[in-house]
Design a protein. Structure first.
Length: 117
């Protein structure tokens, strides 16, 4: 069992930056693929970025060059650095942990990111 707790969301002006954190409890954090998803009102949840230990991260086209995902396995934490934020980045951001088998997924409670002037 893995519990995920996100933090770092908030209100920011266009062009600003935020850093999201996701702290995971439980063991064997390093084996999980960690991802950030987001869901805007009236839209489906979408993948923003994903990272596996020792692998290259992948990103949604809409955030490439602006967002950076990273993980610290020693601290059981995954981060999402978001720069050059746009109003269309406004959404609830969710942290996800996917087991190597692909059959088990864990979700955090979500953190609101609002980009507005």
């Amino acid at each position: 069992q893995v519990q995920l707790v996100e933090s770092g969301g908030g209100l920011v002006q266009p062009g600003g930056s935020l850093r999201l954190s996701c702290a995971a409890s439980g063991s064997r954090f390093s084996v999980y693929a960690m991802g950030w998803y987001r869901q805007a009102p009236g839209k489906q949840r979408e993948l923003v970025a994903r990272i596996i230990s020792g692998g290259r991260p992948n990103y949604a086209d809409s955030v490439k060059g602006r967002f950076t995902i990273s993980r610290d396995n020693a601290k059981n934490t995954v981060f999402l650095q978001m720069n050059s934020l746009k109003p269309e980045d406004t959404a609830v951001y969710y942290c996800n942990a996917a087991a190597p088998s692909g059959t088990v997924n864990y979700w955090g409670q979500g953190t609101q990111v609002t980009v507005s002037s």
